[in-house]
Ligand binder design. Structure first.
Ligand code: FAD
Length: 260
């Protein structure tokens, strides 16, 4: 029997609305009849946006984004895009976002699996930059009211706090929220790790969730290993992009350097 599985067809969607959540975060709601069978409860899962590849027609470019929310009945899929402040070499997703208007078409595949913490952990650490904020928000929303730990978020400007503070009331009181301002994302790779390394630990075993630029995430991964903070079964550590490289090249680096 053949094990070949055809890739499910992409959904052809349209921009329903675009809204600025903060200076470097835009929320886009997509709509289309093909969302009628989009599975429910997918916050934190990724979808792929599919773009034409002018250099290699027939080999489209795919970029990963996190499901903020989806509504099968209303045919809505919501995505939050980080706006890159140092955008001199924009990729297809950033270019699409810059020009996006209501009614524009976009092809979307997925969703992939959700990326949620294990709620059996004794305490929680959620770390990331703006690209991880949608998934971190989804994780905050499932934490029990008595959860303890830290949320460490790197943002380009203090006004970007708005993009999470919309839901600040959802953050359990025992989860300390720490903002790290970095006007040049991808530079100062040690910022998130150093913030984390200076925090006291809670009793018991944590679940560590971290996603950001590859070099920043490697700093965190190496530190977590040195400290034996969270075994592989109690962590999600992933890079979501890499400074100076398009996603195709980032993926190769991620495989070589992060999964070693
Ligand atoms: C599982 C997963 C979920 C993700 N979810 C989200 C999400 O919900 N929201 C979101 O905004 N991003 C998310 N990302 C990150 C997003 O896929 C990347 O930022 C992607 O590279 C953007 O594609 P692009 O076409 O704009 O740039 P690319 O063509 O990949 O790169 C072009 C240039 O832009 C730079 N660049 C790419 N991303 C950034 C950035 N964030 N800041 C500064 N410079 C950048 C690159 O270094 C490169 O120099 C996710 C990634 C993964 C793997």
């Amino acid at each position: 029997m053949s094990t070949y599985m055809a890739r499910p067809p992409a959904r052809e969607l349209f921009v329903k609305s675009i809204e600025s959540l903060s200076p470097h975060m835009k929320r886009v709601v997509l709509t289309g009849e093909s969302l009628s069978d989009f599975p429910p409860d997918q916050a934190s899962a990724y979808i792929k946006l599919i773009f034409d590849n002018p250099a290699m027609p027939g080999k489209p470019l795919r970029r990963s984004y996190t499901v903020v929310s989806s509504d099968q009945r209303a045919r809505h899929l919501t995505i939050d895009f980080a706006v890159h402040p140092d955008a001199c070499d924009q990729g297809p997703a950033a270019r699409w976002l810059e020009d996006a208007r209501i009614g524009d078409p976009i092809s979307v595949s997925g969703p992939g699996p959700t990326k949620l913490v294990d709620l059996d952990a004794d305490w929680f650490v959620l770390v990331g930059d703006l690209t991880a904020l949608p998934a971190i928000r989804a994780n905050i929303e499932i934490l029990p009211a008595h959860a303890e730990g830290y949320v460490i978020l790197e943002i380009p400007h203090q006004d970007d706090q708005q993009s999470l503070l919309l839901e600040a009331s959802l953050i359990p009181k025992g989860m300390e929220l720490i903002w790290v301002i970095n006007p040049h994302p991808g530079q100062q790779k040690e910022l998130l790790k150093e913030t984390l390394a200076n925090l006291p630990h809670f009793p018991g075993d944590p679940y560590l969730w971290a996603a950001s630029e590859l070099n920043a995430v490697l700093e965190i991964r190496n530190w977590v290993n040195e400290e034996s903070l969270a075994p592989r079964s109690s962590r999600y550590i992933s890079s979501y992009w890499q400074l100076g490289l398009p996603d195709e090249a980032h993926k190769i680096q991620k495989k070589e350097r992060l999964s070693e």
